[in-house]
Design a protein around this ligand. Structure first.
Ligand code: GYE
Length: 346
């Protein structure tokens, strides 16, 4: 009887000891996780809200640089004005943020304020469009798209299509609705088209900025249609302007589509994020879209994490993108001897 009691006491002691060991073993990580992890303060200056692309970009940034992910984000919408963005940057500097993220409206005019950030030792990450500064050390790194490549791929696609249909270069009458003048997206996409005009002998009928908005796209296209009756291709530098342009074309009694031999007006565009534009692509109202990826939030987060570890990220970080089309004949385009697949959407 006594022996049994002793055994029971021993067992109890053993269990207590084991439980104590276990709980101290498991409590260790939770103790260390209780050590205050500092949140990273980021000032993000977005240029505005002109398009669906921009909306998706803002959303991606806000959800990546969230408090759950360890960030305190100060977000400022520049309302399409560089002066507002400069003011926002100065405010971030005053608030001594850990990082500044800038999505600049246009390329030039950033030297002064970026110098102020550098003097305050605040790293600046540029996102989407680029800055054109005399000294590249004024920003830490950039992430975004190769806009000239997007434009070149599109020009190559138009050329392949015209060759297939045996349309002579001089019979390709293009109007060009440009994005915000001086923005990298406009500069690159315009370059792609203008090189195509040179290479393939296209007739560039007219060129005007539609500021990347649907309203301006409609207005610019309506005025092109009033002034010219031979337009057979519309090169729109984003989907929102393409939607506006299509409205103007249809309101004038003409048809959009790739059958230009039968009087249709072909619309090509950039982005591939807007649902209406994607439906237009499937219906053939837009013939080709050069994809432009707006989901930079996690990419910027990755760059900040790299810097936090004390590592140096790549200076320029390009995102890879594709061409989307519902025209089944063109499966590949070639730019500078490199082939790029076209994704055929149905
Ligand atoms: O294509 C357009 C937006 O800079 C890539 O800006 C961006 C462009 C995008 O307003 O829709």
């Amino acid at each position: 009887m006594k022996k049994t009691a002793n055994m029971a006491t021993l067992l109890l002691l053993l269990v207590t000891f084991l439980v104590a060991c276990r709980s101290s073993a498991v409590s260790e990580p939770s103790d260390s996780s209780q050590v205050e992890k500092k949140t990273i303060t980021v000032g993000f200056s977005q240029l505005g809200a002109e398009s669906d692309w921009r909306g998706a970009n803002t959303e991606s940034m806000l959800s990546a640089l969230s408090s759950e992910n360890g960030y305190t984000l100060i977000y400022k919408n520049g309302q399409q004005k560089q002066a507002n963005q400069v003011t926002a940057l100065r405010m971030f500097i005053q608030q001594e943020v850990d990082y500044i993220v800038l999505a600049p409206e246009t390329e030039t005019g950033w030297d002064f304020v970026l110098r102020e950030a550098q003097e305050a030792k605040i790293p600046v990450i540029i996102v989407d469009r680029r800055v054109d500064v005399a000294d590249d050390s004024l920003y830490t790194c950039w992430v975004g798209s190769d806009f000239a490549l997007e434009g070149r791929k599109m020009a190559s696609w138009i050329n392949s299509y015209m060759m297939q249909k045996k349309v002579d270069g001089k019979d390709v009458h293009i109007v060009h609705i440009q994005g915000t003048e001086g923005s990298t997206a406009q500069i690159g996409r315009t370059k792609g088209l203008e090189e195509g005009v040179q290479m393939y002998g296209w007739d560039l009928v007219a060129q005007e900025s539609g500021d990347f908005t649907e309203v301006r796209g409609r207005e610019v296209m309506a005025s092109f249609l009033r002034e010219h009756d031979n337009i057979n291709v519309v090169y729109c530098e984003n989907d929102n302007m393409a939607i506006g342009a299509i409205e103007a074309i249809e309101a004038s009694g003409k048809k959009v589509g790739s059958d230009i031999a039968n009087g249709e007006i072909m619309v090509v565009s950039f982005d591939g994020i807007n649902e209406k534009a994607m439906n237009y692509l499937k219906e053939g109202k837009i013939s080709c879209i050069a994809e432009c990826n707006p989901l930079h939030g996690p990419r910027v987060q990755g760059l900040i994490e790299t810097l936090e570890r004390g590592e140096v990220p790549e200076k320029l970080n390009y995102v890879s993108e594709t061409l989307l089309s519902s025209v089944p004949e063109i499966k590949i385009v070639v730019v500078n001897s490199i082939g790029y697949d076209v994704e055929i959407v149905k």
